[in-house]
Design a protein around this ligand. Structure first.
Ligand code: ADP
Ligand code: GN1
Ligand code: MG
Length: 377
């Protein structure tokens, strides 16, 4: 066991004696470890994370958000006597009763209970899993519609402000600090040609047609846990970006990550495509939980949101490649460019199927509202 991890873990109120720690998960941002403790012959697992404070500049505010959100959800589930109550994230306190430990070289650490007998998927293997994952993210949004108190902190300002992402990209492109623009000409041209879509959702928001809600903002499909046996939704994780946002960002990121059968960094682009049966089930799962409060403009832009968020992600990966890989963890040379290329292929695939996607959206919402259906599975 890394000595560091052992001494960091010692600051938290863990049950039992720490016997093991290992790196865990495949996130791009935080450093995640699984801790195993032993007490009276029984083993208990925790998730220890070093918060990436280059990305999240104010970890105490972020932890305050997470504490409020997890407490609220747990309280509601308890009231409903839901079997999910015991399978939600709990922020494990430090021995001083704090939400996080800070100290060594300006790092911030936190611990959660590990959600057991549940799995995350980096790619969605079936429409049924996609339905359940999207239903869970919709459920999460619905649970937070009545969060009391002041607005949550913005943990990353302008996180999904696509026009600002575009501006940042243009600035990096102008500077081209690593002289990499020449190898990404096709991708750069694609971004420039499609830049017109960047402000569509924010224009609707400015007109009051799309409200600001509490949203997750990182609904990548591996941020939801499903039961390993029944495949039922269990828990939404990675709550670092839960803050005010647009519901469509959440649906859009599910389309981006779940409808693509290939990995986000797949090099064989022939494998990358927007799968309509997965889109249909994502839509049904999310709509079932949210249709009662979504506005007409939100409903109308579900397919568009998939295109926009994928395009935004393409811009983010490309900007990071040009900047010299300073934001996302990379594991090989050109990793962010590979990621950017899959996103571009996904945008193209969405564009070529957008009409059918929109037709599906209409028919799903019509069924839910006109005939009062509750389950579309
Ligand atoms: P990142 O921001 O780096 O993506 P996450 O919080 O999503 O970090 O954690 C990375 C991965 O670790 C997740 O995709 C999931 O597989 C696993 N994980 C995180 N928290 C838990 C938890 N409480 N229980 C079980 N697995 C978890
Ligand atoms: C990051 O933390 P993770 O790996 O779930 C990123 C998302 C991107 C995603 C791309 C805080 O998500 O916004 O969509 O990578 N999170 C942050 O894979 O920037
Ligand atoms: Mg994650």
């Amino acid at each position: 066991m890394e000595r560091d991890i052992k001494s960091i873990a010692a600051n938290f109120n863990l049950t039992g004696r720490l016997i093991r720690s290992e790196p865990f998960g495949s996130g791009h941002i935080n450093d995640t470890y699984c801790l195993t403790c032993e007490k009276d012959g029984r083993q208990l697992n925790y998730i220890l994370q070093r918060i990436n404070h280059q990305v999240f500049k104010k970890p105490p505010e972020m932890m305050e958000n997470i504490r409020r959100v997890t407490n609220h959800i747990r309280r509601k589930l308890q009231e409903q006597q839901s079997k999910l109550t015991s399978r939600q994230l709990i922020v494990i306190e430090t021995k001083d009763g704090a939400d996080f430990h800070s100290g060594d070289n300006g790092n911030y650490w936190r611990v959660y209970n590990r959600i057991e007998n549940a799995v995350t998927y980096d790619t969605m293997e079936s429409p049924e899993l996609a339905y359940e994952a999207a239903r869970m993210f919709g459920w999460f949004a619905a649970m937070l519609t009545d969060l009391p108190g002041p607005p949550l902190h913005e943990t990353i300002p302008d996180f999904h402000a696509t026009p600002k992402r575009f501006k940042t990209f243009m600035e990096v492109l102008r500077q081209d600090p690593c002289n990499r623009a020449k190898e990404a000409k096709t991708e750069i041209d694609f971004v420039l040609e499609n830049a017109g879509i960047c402000d569509v959702l924010l224009n609707h928001a400015a007109k009051g047609e799309i409200p600001v809600r509490i949203t997750h903002n990182d609904t990548k499909i591996n941020n939801v846990m499903l039961d390993e046996k029944t495949h039922e939704g269990v828990c939404v994780i990675d709550l670092d970006t839960v803050m005010p946002g647009l519901s469509l960002y959440d649906f859009g990121d599910m389309v981006r990550t779940a409808t693509n059968p290939a990995e986000e960094d797949e090099r064989d682009l022939s494998k990358v495509t927007m799968r309509m049966p997965i889109f249909e089930m994502l839509l049904k799962g999310f709509a079932e939980e949210t249709h009662s409060f979504l506005t007409p403009a939100e409903k109308k832009n579900m397919a568009f949101a998939g295109k926009l968020i994928t395009f935004e992600q393409m811009i983010r990966f490309l900007a990071d490649h040009l900047a010299g890989d300073i934001y996302y963890k990379i594991h090989r040379e050109g990793h962010n460019l590979d990621r950017c290329r899959t996103q571009m292929k996904m945008v193209q695939s969405i564009i070529s199927q957008e009409e059918q996607m929109n037709a599906l959206v209409d028919s799903v919402f019509n069924k839910l509202t006109a005939f009062g259906e509750t389950s579309l599975r």
